[in-house]
Design a protein around this ligand. Structure first.
Ligand SMILES: NC(=O)c1ccc[n+]([C@@H]2O[C@H](COP(=O)([O-])OP(=O)(O)OC[C@H]3O[C@@H](n4cnc5c(N)ncnc54)[C@H](O)[C@@H]3O)[C@@H](O)[C@H]2O)c1
Length: 340
């Protein structure tokens, strides 16, 4: 492998993965990103001085732009996606466009270029809710329950079709909820931390009983690296850390780590059709030799410390388009909220 096309590399996981790749290998990296509201040049600007790194602004739905960016690349890792479930409940159109049609356009271009590896980044949400806990194995059916999860499952179906029909060497990862540096403050943990740092209420859906696994992003990057180099084409790999906690405990952990009062927590009207819990069997990736290095406490402490030390990064985001979205999503709910 010499040159890798990373799509969505200006987002949260993609920017962490590019740093991981450049630190560990002597690969050239082309970062192809549309720079949607979630794509942040601040996530990658410091990489411009590395001669092995190149940024290309473009849309994975645009075959001509993808073709140019793919020139000379022998592998693709596709992080590009619309990713926020709450936004998919307001308007799913962009999700279907990027997460389904965009994946198809990218696969088609990769097929024409004859890449050696195509790694598609998917999510545990494609299996749908597993409550009570009932760990999903990679060959279980995909039964997504919200528009984001359904669009990701649609992208995966395209991947399966391109593997079976054309033999494109595609591998899929399905990971649990990542946390760590550079996650957009719309996502629950980053939202809790940045609100707490500004002494604002922490909006917790329902009674905060939904359970999620909090996988530290560096652990996910290690897993993606392993699968990229040693995974079996045509296979999917679940990635999870066994750091499951209900959301209420995550909010409490944030407040405790920042030495803020727990009465900042506000219970708000729940998200429509909020999946109670996901659950993954991760024995397949573990059999490849991967183990997460961060338990819940370490992952949370590192994440909180990063936001505390980098207000310049999140304050810019929170004062922009996000403030309009935040009002729309939370103002009414907070007005009707109740405390612990
Ligand atoms: N964050 C998580 O916890 C999590 C968990 C499981 C799976 N995933 C998957 O991992 C991937 C990355 O997630 P993230 O949290 O880093 O997302 P993110 O929202 O932080 O970043 C997404 C990036 O994709 C770019 N993008 C969006 N549409 C594009 C398009 N049409 N063409 C090119 N670029 C486009 C955005 O500009 C942004 O830089 C996604 O595929 C997501 O579904 C994320």
């Amino acid at each position: 492998m010499k040159r890798v096309l990373i799509t969505g590399g200006a987002g949260f996981i993609g920017s962490n993965f590019i740093r991981h790749l450049l630190a560990r290998y002597d690969y050239e990296v082309v970062n192809f990103d549309k720079l949607t509201y979630a794509g942040n040049p601040d996530n990658v600007n410091d990489l411009q001085s590395d001669r092995r790194y190149r940024f290309v602004k473009g849309d994975i739905c645009d075959p001509a732009a993808v073709n140019v960016a793919l020139d000379g690349c022998d592998a693709v890792v596709n992080f590009a996606a619309e990713t926020h479930v709450d936004r998919s409940l307001i308007d799913a159109g962009a999700f279907i466009q990027t997460d389904v049609h965009g994946v198809f356009a990218l696969l088609e271009a990769a097929r024409q270029h004859g890449v050696e590896r195509f790694l598609h980044i998917s999510t545990d949400e494609v299996y749908g809710p597993r409550f009570p806990a009932n760990p999903a194995r990679e060959d279980d059916p995909l039964t997504p329950a919200n528009p984001y999860a359904a669009s990701k499952a649609g992208g995966e179906m395209q991947c399966q079709a391109f593997f079976r029909t054309y033999g494109l060497p595609i591998i899929v990862t399905r990971s649990r909820n990542n946390i760590g540096p550079r996650q957009h403050p719309e996502k629950a943990v980053a939202l809790f931390i940045t609100n707490a740092l500004e002494d604002l209420p922490l909006p917790v859906y329902g009674e905060g009983l939904q359970v999620r696994d909090r996988l530290y992003v560096d652990d996910n990057c290690e897993a993606i690296d392993l699968v990229l180099h040693r995974g079996q084409p045509g296979e999917a790999y679940n990635i999870g850390a066994d750091n499951e906690r209900p959301n209420i405990e995550v909010a409490q952990a944030v407040l405790d780590l920042l030495d803020k009062p727990r009465d900042l927590i506000r219970f708000i009207e729940d998200r429509t059709n909020h999946d109670a819990r996901y659950s993954l069997d991760t024995s397949k990736i573990r059999a490849l030799g991967w183990e997460p290095q961060h338990d819940f406490e370490t992952a949370m402490a590192r994440t909180v410390a990063w936001y505390r030390d980098n207000p310049w990064w999140w304050q810019k985001i929170r004062s922009g388009e996000f403030s309009v979205y935040y009002q729309q999503q939370y103002a009414g709910r907070l007005a009707r909220s109740h405390g612990p």
